[in-house]
Design a protein around this ligand. Structure first.
Ligand SMILES: NC(=O)c1ccc[n+]([C@@H]2O[C@H](COP(=O)([O-])OP(=O)(O)OC[C@H]3O[C@@H](n4cnc5c(N)ncnc54)[C@H](O)[C@@H]3O)[C@@H](O)[C@H]2O)c1
Ligand SMILES: [Zn+2]
Ligand SMILES: [Zn+2]
Length: 347
């Protein structure tokens, strides 16, 4: 089969590799119908994720059809249409029993396209198939379901739920990439009074408006803190969500929260950020961090099936499955191309 193989920093190729086989009886093999690229894949290609070694097939998001199941798989059969989630869950360890699949101790967690071969391929082996895949609901397009593999649960669980967004809240979202936009979409489920999106890229702020931000701020022209204070009688945001992953944006997100507010960090950080306890110690704030668990996946599949949510606006660019070079190029120049998620599908 063909797959997108990582060959060290800056190097990848769509090339011939052996088809995956069942190696443990709880595995399934899934024929990939649709997959996408994540910002994390770009980090891997820069060499920021050293566990990913030469020869690894990239990708951790897919929708596809089951073609083989191991003898220990109970809930899936050949021909089933499934969502392959970015998080694999053994289903039995202490953290899986709490729904914290991201922290799985039994061999799951974020492993696809990381510690084992991933979904940017014609076929993928999915470990713990019963607890790591979800049936695709009838009447929902593959590309909408694909947005549930990673971004929608991430913005919702690590941003909205950890941040305790409540009706009437003022919510700030620093960073309006696919993750920040997912946080905006998820926050709207709780009827906040105002969502303020902050980003440097005009194309991303336009997207934020389409996804439901009430106010957008570009910090190159405007002071985000002043905008938030003016809207909140000088108090600050009830919930401040960080969806970039730099020291400056983390510190901005913290500064935007009111006393007793919530600051929910989603961004992946590569260097230390300063926690300003000299001002925070009296503020009663709650700061949370998190890796997505994907425990909200069933919720999103129900929202899509019930047409309460439309995720199709994420899919800005479409390619055939063998067009990874073009797809990576468009996705990596997102501020220019306006790309949110690129969808690669079998012809
Ligand atoms: N915690 C998790 O489980 C988890 C899961 C997936 C992704 N992530 C992380 O979430 C973050 C966002 O992901 P994404 O795919 O949306 O990334 P992205 O790069 O597409 O979006 C980031 C946005 O931040 C904006 N930005 C950059 N610097 C800024 C600044 N100084 N002020 C305001 N905006 C700024 C960029 O213009 C861009 O629109 C990344 O760090 C990613 O690795 C975390
Ligand atoms: Zn991802
Ligand atoms: Zn587990």
């Amino acid at each position: 089969m063909k797959a997108l193989v990582y060959h060290g920093p800056g190097k990848k190729a769509w090339e011939d590799v052996p088809e995956p086989e069942i190696t443990v009886d709880t595995d399934a093999i899934v024929r990939v119908e649709a997959t996408t690229i994540c910002g994390t894949d770009l980090h891997i290609l820069k060499g920021d994720v050293p566990e990913v070694t030469d020869g690894r097939i990239l990708g951790h998001e897919a929708v596809g059809t089951v073609t083989q199941v191991g003898s220990g798989v109970k809930n899936l059969k050949v021909g089933d249409r499934v969502l392959v989630s970015c998080i694999t869950a053994c289903g039995a360890c202490r953290f899986c029993r709490e729904g914290r699949y991201g922290q799985c101790l039994g061999g799951g967690g974020w492993i696809l396209g990381h510690n084992i071969d991933g979904t940017q391929a014609e076929y993928v082996r999915v470990p713990f198939a019963d607890t790591s895949t979800y049936p695709v609901p009838a009447g929902v397009t593959d590309e909408q379901v694909l947005m549930v593999a990673d971004i929608l649960p991430t913005g919702y669980e690590v941003g909205v739920l950890n941040g305790h967004v409540a009706p009437g809240d003022v919510v700030t979202v620093v960073g309006a990439g696919p993750i920040g936009l997912s946080a905006i979409m998820g926050a709207r489920l709780y009827s906040p009074s105002h969502i303020i999106a902050i980003d440097l890229a005009a194309s991303r702020l336009e997207a934020a408006k389409r996804f439901g931000a009430d106010i957008v701020v570009n910090p190159t022209h405007e002071n985000a803190l002043e905008v938030v204070l003016a809207l909140t009688d000088g108090l600050g945001a009830d919930v401040s969500i960080e969806a970039v992953g730099t020291p400056a944006t983390f510190e901005l997100a913290v500064s935007l929260a009111r006393a007793a507010g919530h600051i929910a960090n989603i961004g992946v950080h590569g260097e230390p950020a300063t926690l300003h306890l000299e001002t925070l110690w009296t503020k009663d704030v709650t700061i949370t961090t998190g890796l997505v668990d994907t425990s909200s996946t069933p919720t999103f599949l129900k929202l899509l099936a019930g047409h309460q949510l439309d995720a199709s606006a994420f899919a800005t660019h479409h390619f055939e499955l063998d067009e990874f070079d073009r797809a990576y190029d468009v996705f990596s120049r997102a501020a220019e191309t306006g790309a949110l998620k690129v969808v690669l599908q079998r012809a």
